[in-house]
Design a protein around this ligand. Structure first.
Ligand code: 5GP
Ligand code: ZN
Length: 163
């Protein structure tokens, strides 16, 4: 999980075995194996489209993943209905976590699409991360302050490729 490699709570060991793994898709994909019941996981929810289970290397307690059953590498090949359902289930997971006795005062949802974005398991998935003050989780952002004309120009570049 490269997206968190610099963001781990200080006391936690660096996560081994999940960084910079070679791309695995379809047959041999660990999330397909979990969805098919062929690999072990601590399930929270299953339905015809998605499975939700605990992340094996949680960065906070209650960190879980919502994963479409149908293999897709990332957003480009994700069936939009699977994506919509993945988000819907993540919302339900977030509500359940908030109601639970886990210490949760907030939630982050996170999806890494592509290696540059920190994706390490190339079967699309949505992270659900319970948060509370002092949980040690931090996202270090270094915002820029572009002018309105630069923002407008960037918006135009994206608009031009909207399908
Ligand atoms: P990514 O970096 O691709 O967004 O996140 C992949 C996530 O999958 C990581 O948080 C990692 O801990 C988790 N993960 C990797 N292998 C397994 C596994 O075999 N079982 C479970 N439950 N989670 C896994
Ligand atoms: Zn898969």
């Amino acid at each position: 999980m490269t997206w968190l490699s610099g963001l781990l709570p200080d006391p936690m060991e660096p996560r081994s075995g999940v960084r910079n793994v070679p791309e695995v898709t379809g047959p041999g994909c660990i999330f397909c194996a979990i969805a098919d019941g062929e690999a072990e996981a601590s399930a929270v929810h299953t339905d015809e489209r998605v499975v939700a289970f605990m992340d094996i290397r949680p960065v906070v307690r209650g960190h879980l993943l919502v994963v479409p059953r149908r293999h897709a590498i990332g957003l480009a090949d994700l069936d939009p209905d699977d994506g919509a359902h993945m988000f819907r289930v993540a919302q339900r997971m977030a509500a359940a976590i908030r109601r639970s006795d886990l210490h949760c005062e907030g939630i982050n949802l996170f999806l890494a699409d592509g290696q540059a974005a920190g994706q390490t398991i190339f079967h699309v998935h949505l992270h659900v991360l319970p948060r509370h003050p002092g949980d040690g989780f931090r996202v270090q952002l270094d915002p820029r302050f572009p002018s309105r004309s630069e923002l407008d120009a960037t918006a135009r570049r994206v608009r031009e490729t909207l399908a």
